[in-house]
Structure formats: C-alpha cells, structure tokens
Design a protein around this ligand. Structure first.
Ligand code: ADP
Ligand code: ZN
Ligand code: ZN
Length: 728
C-alpha cells in the first residue's frame, strides 16, 4: 500500500517550488523523517512535512516514489517544523529553502549507509562529579537569577559590562541542566570566533557533563564538525549548545533554556537567504517549545546586554519582557582566589596581583571607567590624537598599563588622492573608494575585493605626488609609533604597539594568538577596529579611546546612533575590568560634536537615558519599535531597471484600497549604489501594524514574481525581501 507524503526540498531561490511536493512511499514514514527524493534529474534531500490522507485524487502514476529514507535518524521534531514554517512565512522565503538551510550541509549528500556509520551512538560518558564553580555570586547576580526564576516572560538581563552577566547565564544553565537530566540549553553569542574565551569558560564549567555534551555550532567549523555537533544536538545527546545565529534553527528535541548574549548585536540578523533575526526567533522558539513541552515544563529565554536593542528595551517598558538589572561591575571583594589566579599574568614590570582578597571600593560609576570627551574643535589643526589623550596614553605606558585605541576603519587610508587634478582612488566597479593598504602597497575595494598595486603616479594627470587622505588602523598604528617613540616602559623598554583588525587576523589562529599576547601583557598599546571593542575580558587595559566616532552621528540610517552608543559602551567596557584598575580607568572620546546628547548619556553610563531619547524620536517618526518595516532590494546592470522593477511591482497592487495601513515609498538607489558593476536599489515598505505588513508582504510576493517575468525586467539580477531590516 502506498503512503502519500508531502516532502519539502531545497528549492532554488525564487523558483516556482514554494511548498512541499508530494511523493509516495511503500512504507509508512513519520512526519519529520529525512528522505532522499528524485527532483528533475537529481536526487535531493528532503524532509517529510506531512503525511497525506491516501485519497483517490492522487494518481499513483503521476506521483514519484521517494528514493530512500534516512531511517537511522530520528524524525525532526514537530516544534522544529513549526519554527521553520514560521521563519519561512515571516521572512518571506520558501519552506524548503529555510528547512534545508537549517540542516548541516554534509547531510545533504549523505546516503543512509554513510549516515548510519556516523550515528554510532556515542558511549554514555561515565558521570562526572559536578565540581563547585568556585564563584560566589554577587547580590545583584543572585537577584537577577531569582527574578528570572520567578517570572515566565522572556527576560532582558540589562547588565553593565563586567557586571557578571556570563556568570548569570552559567548559573541559569546549570540549574536547568541539573533539574532535568535530558534538558538542553542553547547559548548564543554574536561571533564565536571573537569569543574563544567564552567557549573555554563554558566548556570548563560544564566539563562534568562529559566533554561530548558541550558542543558548538557556528560557521567556523569544518563540515564534519558541524555535522557532528548537529547530530549530537538532534539526538538530545548534547546538553549545552553554544552557537552563533545559525544555531537557533538547529534541531534540539528538549530545549529548556535559550540565552542570547549581547542580544543587541547586529550579527544576529542573517544577511542573506532568509534574513531572520536569531534573537527574535529565540523568543519565538521559547514560546513554541513551551507550548509543545510536557505538562509543567517550560523553555525560557534570557537576552543579555549592557546596551539592549531598543526593540527589547521597549518590550520591557511595555511589560512583554521582564527586565533584570545589574548596574555595577563585579567588585573585587567577591573575586575568588581561583579567579584571580586564572587571570592572565601582568606585564613583567607590574607587581603581581595581590591574590584578589583585599577590598576595593566600587566607585559611583559602579566600577565603570570615567568617560572623557575631547573637543576636537579646540585641538591643534590636523591632530589625529589630541595632545591630552596622547599624554594619557604615554602615562599608561610608563606605568606598565595597557591602552586600547579604537578606530572603525581598517587599512592605511580610506582614499588615495591627487591634489593637482583631484583624482581619487575610486573603485571602477563600485560607487566607493578603494582603500590604501600600505603594507603591500595596494588599493583594495572593501566591497568587491578589487585590488591593484598603488600607481606610481596619478593615473589621470601623471603627478607623482599622490597622497593618502584620512586614516585607517594601519596608519594610526604607524602614527602612534612615531608619537610614542620616546616613551619608556617601567622596565626601560620601548613601547610595544599591536594592531588587531580583519587584515591582521586573516589566517586561522591569528586572532587567538594576537589576543593571547595582549592578555599576557606583551602589548602596551592595542590599535584596532570594532573587533577588539567587543566582549573580550582584557584584564590590564586602563584606557580606551575612540579616535573618530563622529561619522555615525549624522548617518541617514536611523539605527546608527544606537549602534554607535552600544559600540562605545562596549569599548568603554574593555577598560578597568580588573577591579584594581577600575578607579583609574578611562574612556576617551574625540569628537567635533561634544554637546551631542549621545555623548552626555555615554559620560553618565546612562543607557536608559539614551534609550529614552531615541525611543521618543522613533515614536514621533513611527519607526521601529513603534512601526514595522521591510526593505525590498533589487539588483540589475542598470539602476533604472532595478528601480523600475520595484516601482512596477508596487504599482501592481491596490495598496490604498486593499492595504490601507501599509505605505510603500518610491524606489531609491542604495547607499552604496553600485558593487561589482551591479546597480542596487531598494524600496521601503512601512506599517504601524506588524500583521498588516505581513499580510501585505504575503500578498505582494506573487506580484513580485510576476513582475520579474515582464519583458522590461528580464535583465534583473536578483531581488529579495528583508523583513525587520537592521540597516536602512
Ligand atoms: P559581563 O559579561 O557582564 O561583561 P563577565 O561575566 O565577563 O561580565 O564578568 C566579568 C568578570 O567578573 C569575569 O572575569 C568573571 O569571571 C568575573 N565574575 C563574574 N561574576 C563574579 C563573581 N560573582 N565573583 C567573582 N568574579 C566574578
Ligand atoms: Zn592627478
Ligand atoms: Zn569595488
């Protein structure tokens, strides 16, 4: 007897296959079973979405049979299928695309036999004694945990940098894992490659579960490692899953806690394919898992940040989320001797840490660094580093302390220019300048990658005097070396400057080794991009400086101030993490706009004040979180085609009559209009109602497909919808 199955397969983006395809099978297969099915001339991986009633209207002759089932593998749980279904619908992609992208790539090409070999059950590890963590929680940590326990809503852990959020995650996870011997916990971090420290901390803390039960899931893994982690999570063997955004779509049959660290971080938003927000999906998934869980069981979610996204912050104001606040840094009075011993050694010339036992007063700032603004209008013209800041850095070097200098632009100079004829190092393929990299004397486009040797003379007029304009980290490093050349370290040695950015960390392991040398005190002044501003638990940095943060103040993107504020707070959070130093630690900000309210809030370490300002502005303008939006982007050889397509598709729906709550703006070129010779345009669609926007987008999707087929738009390269975009 035949069984009829609706099977979801990976359809190429924008193909006609949007929903499941029907196949037949001789044996019954549960929903969620992975199968291999014929598709055209290929055989592909699919997921049984639903068993159909074997009704007579399905002609056996026309329905192909599945090629095989991966029977060794448990079916994907109903919750997972619901999550995938929601993701596809909400982010306007096909079910198959989302479902298959959520599976490890290696699975796609595996036969049942190959898989069976992989599925050899891991031996149950001998149960290890749970070691006490050695950390005594602070009062505010205990209160946060108690609050989390007592409330079923999603929690926002609003904790200053260094307030011990990670410790709260660890304890929350420990509790869930101890109470239910099968429970799984997902901890998400923005970029796992930037946080080897965190990974080590989790692995160490949960070592008693057995090594194999703590797994990570991120794009830095080899395909084989990723498959292994995924299979372990799917089988319920992995108890703690540490992952980046992709992990939210992993199959975890008994998920009971989701932690989203640095929940405001833009990297939680997927930027291709289904452009989902892993943070938003985390909240949704927790709700779904709770609904599907047994009587009395719940899946909770904790979002953590020192500078929450305004969306999450507003949710705490509206009462949809609970807010747990930790305003003070962990005081040294509570640092256990184990912790003090584990922190990296001091620079040679400094006295050894004094065991961490003595008490240090926590300042009014809760142990956070003093923020000093430098008004660049009153500094010597063309000064890159204001003299008082330079002095402060020099003093740090002389005392054997570390400084972190932060500039969000890599390379030597953003532009190379001829002062005679005005030639600039434009990229011939993009509407952007190529960046001058002095180290290998190249001009590199940071958008399309186009790279050339620096010309000897101006390509336009022959002038040999072409010069760098502006400054990137490479040039800043060079400049600092000159400025600090005469400064001696306590041991009489010369200052040691290092740089960490995407250029210095290209090779595998480079970031880790560079970070290690900072931790071990081999560096006095660290120059870098936002890569070093986030997350790292540097113990000997007492000064952090932002060299040129002004650009984001007047950006056309309404989220730019939010991002800048959080980046500066994060950067400030790198200073004085060791309580010994917290009193003398400083964050310097060079700006031409010292009276900007953003800096006032920064000085006061006052995120709530900043959030209030921003929320008021956004409410007035009906922007997120008070309004909802989607961007539709189109790419073509010609700008007119890209824009024309979007405008035609919008004109083809009766917006005013059928979607009165939705507003579509005329298409405009994207900020960087051309990349790799492709013109890019976008259309903003807004609504004060999430439901109305969703309804419109679903209705519009087929219209976009239809429009694409029209003669005028044959040359369109691609288009995509971005729901809840994070960059406008
Ligand atoms: P956050 O994530 O909030 O920036 P962390 O969790 O990294 O802060 O904590 C900062 C430092 O304080 C870490 O080195 C951590 O080991 C330490 N720490 C956290 N909680 C405690 C505690 N209760 N007692 C002692 N040290 C702690
Ligand atoms: Zn010239
Ligand atoms: Zn380019």
């Amino acid at each position: 007897m035949s069984h009829w199955l609706d099977v979801v397969v990976a359809a190429p983006a924008h193909s006609a296959i949007a929903g499941p395809l029907t196949y037949q099978s001789q044996s019954p297969l549960a929903d969620g079973t992975l199968v291999r099915v014929p598709l055209g001339r290929r055989e592909v991986l699919g997921v049984v979405w639903e068993n159909r009633e074997g009704s007579g209207d399905l002609l056996e002759m026309q329905t192909k049979s599945i090629a095989g089932a991966l029977v060794g593998l448990d079916p994907l749980p109903a919750t997972w299928r619901k999550l995938v279904g929601f993701t596809a619908a909400y982010y306007q992609r096909s079910l198959g695309e989302v479902a298959l992208a959520a599976l490890p790539p290696q699975l796609r090409d595996m036969t049942a036999v190959q898989l069976a070999r992989r599925l050899k059950r891991p031996q149950t590890d001998s149960s290890h004694e749970q070691r006490p963590s050695g950390v005594e929680l602070s009062t505010q940590q205990l209160e946060a945990l108690a609050g989390f326990e007592a409330d079923a809503r999603p929690a926002l852990l609003f904790g200053a940098t260094g307030s011990g959020k990670t410790e709260v995650y660890l304890h929350a996870a420990e509790k869930v894992l101890a109470e239910d011997p099968a429970a799984q916990v997902l901890v998400m971090v923005p970029e796992i490659n930037l946080t080897p420290q965190l990974q080590a901390r989790f692995q160490e803390r949960f070592a008693h579960l057995g090594k194999e039960r703590v797994v990570s899931l991120h794009s830095g893994l080899t395909p084989a490692q990723r498959l292994k982690s995924w299979l372990s999570a799917h089988a319920g063997h992995a108890r703690l899953i540490l992952g980046t955004r992709m992990a939210i779509l992993a199959s975890m049959p008994r998920l009971r806690l989701i932690v989203v660290d640095e929940e405001h971080d833009p990297s939680y938003k997927q930027q291709e394919g289904a452009r989902y927000s892993a943070r938003d999906l985390a909240v949704y998934r927790a709700k779904l898992e709770t609904e599907e869980a047994g009587e009395g069981e719940v899946c909770k979610v904790m979002l953590g940040s020192a500078t929450p996204s305004l969306e999450s912050w507003q949710a705490t104001i509206a009462g949809r989320y609970q807010r747990l606040s930790m305003s003070e840094r962990v005081g040294s009075s509570t640092i256990s001797s184990e912790d003090a011993g584990r922190s990296a050694g001091p620079p040679q010339a400094r006295p050894a840490p004094s065991g961490g036992r003595e008490l240090h007063a926590v300042s009014k700032r809760g142990g956070l660094p003093l923020v000093r603004g430098v008004d660049m209008n009153h500094q010597p013209k063309h000064a890159v580093i204001a003299p008082p800041l330079l002095d402060a850095i020099a003093q740090r070097v002389a005392r054997g302390e570390q400084s972190l200098i932060f500039l969000n632009r890599r390379g030597y100079a953003p532009v190379l220019a001829c002062h005679d004829c005005g030639w600039k190092s434009e990229c011939p393929h993009c509407s952007a300048y190529r960046v001058f990299h002095k180290i290998d004397r190249t001009l590199r486009c940071h958008h399309c990658g186009f790279t050339e040797r620096v010309p000897r003379a101006c390509p336009s007029c022959g002038n040999i005097d072409i010069a760098p304009v502006g400054r990137g980290t490479e040039r800043l490093e060079e400049h600092l070396a000159e400025l600090l050349a005469g400064v001696k370290r306590p041991d009489g040695g010369a200052v040691r400057i290092a740089r960490i950015d995407a250029d210095t960390t290209r090779l595998k392991g480079a970031l880790e080794s560079q970070l290690a040398s900072v931790h071990s005190g081999e560096v006095d002044v660290l120059v870098g991009t936002q890569m070093i501003a986030k997350g790292h638990d540097f113990r000997h940095i007492t000064l952090v400086a932002a060299i040129n943060p002004d650009g984001a103040l007047f950006s056309s993107d309404f989220r730019a101030p939010e991002r800048l504020f959080s980046l500066l707070m994060q950067a400030a959070g790198r200073a004085g993490r060791d309580a010994k130093h917290s009193e003398a630690s400083e964050m310097w900000v060079q700006t031409f706009h010292p009276t900007h309210p953003l800096f006032a809030a920064l000085k006061a370490h006052d995120y709530p004040k900043f959030a209030d300002q921003q929320l008021a502005e956004r409410q007035a303008a009906g922007m997120s979180p008070f309004g909802y939006s989607a961007l539709v982007r189109a790419e073509a050889k010609e700008q007119s085609v890209a824009q024309g397509f979007l405008n035609a598709a919008a004109a083809a729906v009766a917006l005013e009559e059928e979607h009165p709550q939705v507003m579509a703006y005329p298409a405009v070129p994207m900020m960087i209009q051309r990349v790799a010779n492709i013109e890019r345009a976008q259309m903003l669609v807004e609504s004060s109602s999430r439901v109305a926007l969703q309804r419109f987008l679903s209705a519009w999707q087929p219209v976009l497909f239809e429009t694409r087929r029209q003669d005028g738009f044959k040359s369109l390269v691609r288009w995509a919808v971005d729901v809840d975009p994070i960059a406008i």
